[in-house]
Design a protein around this ligand. Structure first.
Ligand SMILES: Nc1nc2c(c(=O)[nH]1)N[C@H]1C(S)=C(S)[C@@H](COP(=O)(O)O)O[C@H]1N2
Ligand SMILES: [Mo]
Length: 566
């Protein structure tokens, strides 16, 4: 009896395994074929990315904050991994169900496919062709599931070990035509219910190995499906390269600025190992956006439309933009999601056309108080019109640190308005500026609970020593950066173990729109110590110690680190 139970268990496991393998291969072929077709129709049709985009747009803010805090710039990888895990689990279930009843498995496929199509059509930047990859993938998946299920059923059909020829016995033939699940429930538990009668006289009771031929057929079918999946995925990846604008970016020649920034003062960069460099290299500049696939916007088809409450709506090409007088400026950009002490802040030298001049060219009508800018990804960003016009260097930028904008940072053009968090000032892949009012239009993040207007709060960060560092007793450099863009930094102070505030030395200022490095020499005494920092802006307002999380208008509080002095 024990042997019979063990055998039945083994059969059940084999069924599960074969079903799961069929399902996973089905998912692989769906993704591979979808990728191949997306390689022809364009990157927005990739079903995983489309589902991811929907997930991003509907993620509740606490979850988004959690993802940014815990996965950082890897949050997108984490999302794609999560979607793949769910898809593969669904596929494994579909494969197992299909062994029972093919149509159950196909029903799971249909649900997943419908979700993929719905996701693709719901994206702002997609068109009808972007559902084609998902449809092609689902068609391939349907065929694969049918073929694999047939092969799996044949391979699972048990026969008596005494049968050595590959001709199926009449019992086997019947079993392979009737899905196992079709047996009436009462019979399902009876020995031998899974298919062919096992010969009671056989030395090993219960089903023996499936005939080598049908098992081989399952393996060959599986390998074939896997090969189609891999070939499709690989070819799709190659074809998707066509949509990259890296090539046209390298062709862009930026004109010299009409208004050049003065050289960064020599004293703006302190010689302290581990401090944030005054100018953040573009490759290290933080990236925050809602895009799983970096938008690829070709400069020759790019235009910037200026409309809304203007007397003459205009549309400008990239060449026209480059022929306008360009201004160069150093501006520090900060993300509203940056927690106290966090990494989402950077400082770069930007090159672009002053935004105020562009808007005035279109003729501003009275009553407007908002510039609503739109990116090709559908992102909308609201900026106070008065700030754009008050003389600060608000730009439609085309250059970053001496190069055309990196694709991930908004190539071919983005907005920058010193003093405001990125979500209300820094539209990447900019394509439209609408002059409007805060009363009539709400931007993307405002619809999701963030403030409509959000100047960057005064913040300071300790870069060295690192949290939980071991430092030698004696003179120790405590250093970092402080920012209050468009107000400037007038003082930075450090406190040890909540003691008195000590004035830090400020590096040379490079205007009021950039961050400022600072340094304090600490006579460190052995023991466990905590250091904290606060800054005062150019208007004399000292950074608040009140701890607030990023929603709705930016974090506040004092950065602190704990170190061990030996
Ligand atoms: N088109 C577009 N522009 C965007 C965003 C976006 O998701 N899409 N994110 C904004 C946010 S929240 C920030 S903080 C800055 C970040 O710019 P960076 O990635 O160049 O650092 O871009 C802003 N511009
Ligand atoms: Mo942001």
């Amino acid at each position: 009896m024990r042997t019979v139970t063990t055998n039945r268990r083994r059969i059940a496991w084999r069924r599960l395994l074969a079903g799961a393998i069929s399902g996973l291969l089905t998912a692989a072929v769906a993704l591979g074929v979808a990728q191949l077709v997306a390689g022809i129709t364009g990157p927005l049709g990739s079903p995983v990315d489309a589902i991811g985009a929907v997930a991003i747009n509907h993620t509740p803010i606490p979850v988004k904050e959690f993802a940014i805090a815990h996965f950082g710039s890897r949050d997108k990888d984490a999302l794609v991994t999560g979607i793949l895990v769910v898809l593969l689990a669904a596929a494994a279930v579909a494969g197992t169900l299909a062994l029972r009843r093919l149509r159950y498995g196909l029903a799971v496929l249909a649900v997943v496919g419908a979700a993929g199509v719905a996701a693709a059509v719901s994206q702002p930047a997609t068109t009808a062709v972007d559902v084609v990859p998902t449809l092609a993938g689902m068609t391939a998946a349907t065929i694969a599931l049918i073929v694999l299920t047939r092969a799996a059923r044949a391979a699972l059909t048990p026969v008596s070990p005494s049968v050595t020829n590959t001709e199926p016995t009449p019992g086997e033939r019947a079993a392979s035509l009737v899905p196992a699940g079709a047996a009436p429930p009462a019979a399902a538990d009876a020995p031998g219910a899974l298919g062919a009668p096992a010969s009671p006289a056989a030395p090993r009771p219960g089903p023996g190995p499936a005939p080598g031929a049908s098992r081989r057929r399952f393996l060959i079918t599986g390998a074939g499906v896997a090969a189609v999946a891999a070939a499709g995925g690989g070819a799709g990846q190659l074809l998707l390269g066509r949509f990259s604008v890296a090539g046209s970016r390298s062709q862009v020649r930026l004109p010299a600025p009409a208004v050049a920034a003065r050289a960064v003062p020599a004293g703006a960069q302190l010689r302290v190992p581990g401090i944030s460099p005054f100018i953040t290299p573009s490759g290290q500049f933080y990236r925050v956006d809602t895009d799983l696939v970096v938008p690829q916007v070709a400069p020759d088809s790019w235009t910037l439309r200026i409309d809304g409450m203007v007397s003459r709506p205009v549309e400008i090409t990239f060449d026209q933009l480059l022929r306008m007088p360009l201004t160069e400026a150093d501006i520090t950009l900060v993300c509203v999601s940056n927690v106290v002490g966090g990494p989402y802040a950077g400082n770069a030298r930007w090159l672009g056309v002053p935004l105020a001049g562009l808007l005035r060219r279109a003729g501003l009508r009275a009553g407007a108080d908002q510039v609503l800018s739109t990116g090709t990804d559908g992102m909308t960003i609201s900026t106070p019109l008065q700030a754009v016009l008050d003389g600060r260097t608000a730009l439609v930028a085309v250059g970053m640190n001496g190069q055309p904008l990196p694709v991930a940072h908004g190539f071919p053009a983005r907005m920058l308005v010193p003093g405001f968090y990125g979500y209300v000032s820094a539209t990447k892949w900019l394509t439209r500026l609408t002059v409007t009012t805060f009363a009539s239009q709400r931007a993307y993040w405002t619809q999701r609970g963030y403030a409509a207007q959000a100047p960057i709060k005064t913040e300071s960060r300790i870069d060295v020593p690192k949290p939980l560092a071991q430092v030698k007793a004696g003179r120790t450099a405590v250093a970092g950066v402080a920012w209050a863009p468009h107000r400037g930094i007038s003082a930075v102070e450090v406190s040890v173990d909540s003691g008195p505030w000590h004035r830090a030395t400020l590096a040379a200022a490079d205007g009021i729109d950039t961050w400022r490095q600072w340094l304090w020499a600490w006579d460190a005494e052995p023991g466990l110590h905590s250091l904290r920092v606060r800054a005062t802006d150019g208007a004399g307002a000292t950074q608040t110690g009140q701890e607030v999380s990023p929603v709705p208008d930016g974090a506040s509080g004092w950065d602190s680190v704990v170190v061990t002095v030996t």
